[in-house]
Ligand binder design. Structure first.
Ligand code: GAR
Length: 191
């Protein structure tokens, strides 16, 4: 059984969908830890409610990325975590984590990559006037949303679409695509 850590920075609706999928048996994994870089984030409350341990930190309390990633790495090793799942973690993963978890870090992004990488992918889609956007699940490498794509699903942008309505549609897709894709990945790879 996969021992996973979920990294998140915000509300954690994707974190919740993964917790629910583990509880219902759709996702065969143990969620050992939430890593969160925003002490006020609602995702921390979700983890506490689900009884999942948390590692909460503030990047500015550390000298550099290497220092906090080393501390995270120690925690992951202590818990026997073998896979990292990013779910709205708004920070680039650095060499310290990448070197130890190469090929074992995945991310979810609210666009059809390589379109609209980086921050505010949903706003970029609205401003770009596209009729089709979607969700991408990909492996994480040193770049910004550049790693190998694992799965994608289309979301149509309809007339009069707002940022909020598009976000709702995208998140609806994310909440089923992430658990099912991860489960398939865990069953079919030796990772
Ligand atoms: C999700 O829509 C996820 O795709 C996006 O952040 C949101 C987090 O929502 N991630 C990125 O934009 C990464 N570049 P949540 O906190 O409700 O899960």
């Amino acid at each position: 059984m996969r021992q996973i850590a979920i990294f998140a920075s915000g509300s954690g609706s994707n974190f919740q969908s993964l917790v629910d999928a583990v509880q219902s048996g759709t996702l065969k994994a143990n969620i050992r830890l939430l890593v969160c870089d925003q002490p006020g984030a609602f995702v921390i409350h979700r983890a506490q409610t689900a009884g999942i341990p948390t590692f909460v930190f503030r990047a500015k309390d550390y000298e550099n990325k290497q220092t906090f990633e080393q501390e995270i790495l120690n925690e992951l090793a202590h818990l026997g975590v073998d896979f990292i799942v990013l779910a709205g973690y708004m920070r680039l993963i650095g060499p310290t984590l990448l070197e130890s978890f190469g090929g074992r870090i995945v991310n979810i992004h609210p666009s059809l990559l390589p379109s609209f990488p980086g921050k505010d992918a949903i706003g970029q889609a609205i401003e770009g006037g596209v009729k089709i956007t979607g969700v991408t699940i990909h492996f994480v490498d040193a770049g910004m949303d550049t790693g190998e794509i694992i799965a994608q699903e289309i979301v149509r942008v309809t007339t009069g679409e707002t940022r909020q309505s598009l976000q709702d549609k995208i998140q609806h897709v994310e909440h089923h695509l992430y658990p099912t894709t991860l489960n398939h990945l865990f069953l079919t790879t030796g990772h």
